[in-house]
Design a protein around this ligand. Structure first.
Ligand SMILES: [Fe+2]
Length: 399
């Protein structure tokens, strides 16, 4: 095949030196990490091939705020039920603590299910080890209490309505669940490198608000001994101030989170944080639920993950949270959902029947068609056709 010489791979490469490329210098700038590590060498993650070092002032070698010489006299977030205090804490420090976000009974159910699942996954050989500890992924399929938390159903998480309000204010209405998984800190594990959860967006940085917000469920007491989450209070504002591709100077020290079982930690997607090092002989579990704007590609590929029976019984709200309610900029299947507003319960954009057809082995996709196609090809029971028919039917029955 003869192609114009300008289109050949060699010519394109020869005409694309780095200094002429459009935005590569920005995309590849390595910020904010380059300046963070240069100005704060104590934030370099540990080498997991070597024993963890203590006594050198590294970020994991810290304590809870009330015992920390730098932080103990500052007005850091404390567990509260007051939404006004939570807003102020989120603005100033990038996190807040919801006191008794899970009731005692909800907390017990949550913790026992996690611990039992962790053991079951080890016995089945499907556990996911990480340098910090055992992860339990895709909680949606591993207990009704977890689905209830994704819906922020007060039956599963008594502070649900308050969390929804704070998420609405942060991410805009229509936000969905990015993932819900449990992060274990195992005895002798390594701390995670401190990171921000909206890291995939870097080097773009959002100044005005985060684009991801995290709710951490804390089903057992956590402190500086058992691998409690490390975080740098206020780092969200420092990173926001640095802006896209901007440099970050010296950062304040990290602390270990201190919280009682049943507390929820809500934090900004720009806050530097990570799992701590567990120095006890017991596993420590927390579970993190990230939420994002409705058009974002999710961490969990829910449409594949969710178990058939969970899918069958899912409420319109749960389907929406899992991203199974397509809208113009997210989740469409064969164009189904283009132009849809993505509201929960809308027939147009509801993806459940595509997945269910696939489960039955009956999903028929539209392939190459033309006037020469056979009558059989033209009359096939295309899934998109029945999906549109269902929408029409629902609209007619409404009018
Ligand atoms: Fe994280």
């Amino acid at each position: 095949m003869k192609v114009p010489p300008e289109f050949t791979e060699a010519a394109v490469k020869a005409n694309s030196p780095l200094e002429q490329q459009l935005y590569s210098d920005f995309i590849r700038c390595g910020e904010p990490w380059k300046s963070i590590f240069a100005n704060n060498p104590w934030l370099v993650p540990p080498d997991t091939r070597k024993p963890l070092e203590w006594g050198n002032g590294m970020y994991w070698d810290t304590t809870v705020a009330r015992k920390h010489p730098y932080w103990k006299d500052r007005d850091l977030p404390v567990p509260t039920k007051d939404i006004h205090r939570m807003r102020a804490d989120l603005r100033e420090w990038g996190f807040c603590l919801v006191e008794e976000g899970l009731s005692e009974a909800q907390c017990t159910t949550f913790r026992e299910r996690l611990q039992a699942q962790a053991e079951g996954e080890r016995l089945a050989g499907v556990q996911m080890p990480t340098p910090s500890g055992q992860y339990i992924n895709s909680l949606i399929n591993k207990g009704e209490c977890f689905a209830g938390c994704i819906e922020q159903n007060p039956e599963a998480v008594q502070a649900g309505p308050l969390i929804e309000q704070l998420m609405d204010e942060t991410l805009g209405k229509g936000w969905i669940c990015h993932s819900f998984l449990s992060n274990g800190a195992d005895p002798g594990g390594y701390p995670q490198g401190l990171h921000i959860d909206q890291g995939p967006l870097l080097p773009f940085q959002t100044r005005e608000a985060p684009v991801l917000a995290n709710t951490m469920f804390i089903p057992q007491d956590v402190d500086d001994e058992n691998g409690s989450t490390l975080l740098i209070p206020g780092s969200h504002a420092i990173l926001a101030e640095a802006g896209s591709g901007g440099e970050v100077g010296k950062l304040p020290p990290a602390i270990n989170l201190e919280a009682k079982a049943g507390t929820l930690l809500i934090f900004d997607g720009r806050l530097l944080h990570g799992t701590g090092a567990n120095r006890t002989d017991q596993q420590r579990f927390v579970a993190t639920m990230s939420n994002v704007a409705a058009w974002t590609r999710q961490q969990e590929n829910w449409i594949m993950t969710v178990a058939p029976d969970v899918l069958e019984g899912a409420s319109p709200k749960l389907l929406h949270r899992m991203g199974l309610q397509a809208l113009t900029y997210g989740g469409t299947i064969e164009g189904f959902g283009l132009g849809a507003p993505g509201r929960k319960g809308d027939a147009y954009g509801s993806l459940r029947e595509f997945r269910q057809a696939s489960d039955r082995g009956e999903y028929v996709r539209v392939r190459e068609l033309s006037a020469e196609s056979t009558p059989e090809e033209l009359e096939r029971d295309y899934t998109i056709k029945s999906a549109h028919a269902r929408v029409r039917q629902q609209r007619q029955s409404r009018s």
